[in-house]
Write a protein that binds this ligand. Structure first.
Ligand SMILES: Cc1cc2nc3c(=O)[nH]c(=O)nc-3n(C[C@H](O)[C@H](O)[C@H](O)COP(=O)(O)O)c2cc1C
Length: 170
């Protein structure tokens, strides 16, 4: 009888994982939500389209994040897609602070979601599922409203912001 292969149980370090997955280029968003009238927001690149019909979007939020608590409590979140040049917004919402929204023009949508102004796209979602993802919570949301604006996206790769040159609009 052939012996079965020894199960491969080793894993990689957080640094090795970050180094490898950091080479996967992403866009940059600010995920916003509101609970008890208090707006919350977090810079997030772990955002992914899941399904077209119904339109579903997935976001992964750190369990320590106050935005994650607001999304879980309100059952709603908005994905604000950042444009090239909006590094300042990305850094503001990637830094813990009592009021990340101070001095920012903000629209509260009909769905009670805080929307950033002048971003490339805004997608308003209602949570349909929450799953455990280790240090993070995975939220799947049904997209109920979307708005877009022309421009180039802000990109992120190997721990740095980057520019991409999209093809001219058809
Ligand atoms: C480009 C970029 C992408 C990020 N993507 C995520 C993400 O997808 N999910 C996440 O939980 N944190 C992500 N972070 C880290 C959070 O933005 C950061 O931990 C922030 O301080 C959390 O804020 P809060 O704890 O006040 O909610 C990202 C940071 C940067 C700079």
């Amino acid at each position: 009888m052939t012996p079965s292969p020894t199960p491969h149980t080793t894993t990689i370090s957080a640094a090795e994982f970050r180094d490898a997955i950091g080479r996967f280029l992403t866009g940059v968003t600010v995920v916003t939500s509101r609970h008890d009238g208090v707006p919350q927001g977090i810079t997030a690149s772990a955002v992914c389209s899941v399904s077209l019909e119904p339109p579903l979007l997935l976001v992964c939020l750190n369990k320590q994040s106050s935005t994650r608590q607001a999304v879980a409590a309100s059952g709603r979140f908005a994905v604000n897609v950042l444009a090239e040049g909006q590094h300042d917004l990305a850094m503001r919402f990637a830094t813990k602070s009592a009021d990340k929204f101070a001095g920012l023009a903000l629209e509260i949508s009909a769905n009670d979601l805080p929307l950033l102004q002048d971003t490339l796209a805004t997608l308003e979602c209602r949570v349909t599922e929450e799953a455990d993802g280790g240090t993070h919570s995975i939220f799947i949301g049904k997209v109920e409203r979307a708005a877009v604006r022309d421009g180039s996206p802000l990109a992120y790769v190997r721990g740095q912001f980057a520019r991409v040159q999209p093809p001219p609009a058809a």
